[in-house]
Design a protein around this ligand. Sequence first.
Ligand code: F6R
Length: 248
Amino acid sequence: IAVEIHPSAKEGSKAVAQEIATLIREKQAAGQHCVLGLATGSTPKYMYAELVRMHKEEGLSFKNVFTFNLDEYYPIEPDALQSYNRFMKEHLFNHIDIPEGQYHIPDGTIPKDQIKKYCESYDKRIEELGGIDLQVLGIGNNGHIGFNEPGSNINSHTRLVTLDNSTRLANAYEFPNMSQVPRLAITMGLGSIFKAKRILLMAWGTHKAKIVCRSVEGHSSDQVPASLLQQHPNCKFVIDEQAATELT
Ligand code: F6R
């Protein structure tokens, strides 16, 4: 895995936003659409702010862009404070010119007996568009990517999963109390993520240093899902100096 270390999260985020913008513009120039895989959480916030800035100040257009978000809690209403649907509108989609219908976020309100079909259609839609050109990832303290917790199958598709307790604890700050953190989520699978032509995983801060080290330097194992990225032909970790402190 390539590792790119930046002095700060801000600079790392700008570099990722720049790479995304370059890809969008290249595709535009070639008259093609661009398919992005997107993440939520604290990690990509500044990167989205930078994309919004580029849209407003530099004329970066998203008219040729299709996006697929990695995950959403289940069940959750799209306008709930903690919903990733809401997060994406507030941080990106409300501020750019992406046509409605071109962004996709797993729906946390799908009736349970329809989830399987819904997830299949999510993956199918990605394939119909030619697959993901660039997938953006964060990383959980246990090495999860999307909500693929340790033990997830490398070939897994989009599906309903049970969140690890450590993940619920890590995300509890977003909720009034721990008991209100959903136990389930819909996530793109590791197989779906691995089909992306390029993957950029971002990690900032000392609290991510250990898991970044295990993912980059450790044995590639489904016990640390991010370490499976060692097997992807075109993946880069973009991290700040703090997240790099455990690397040898
Ligand atoms: C979110 C996602 C998760 C987060 C991870 C880190 O869409 O897929 O894997 O990237 O839980 O979260 P933060 O960025 O809040 O540390």
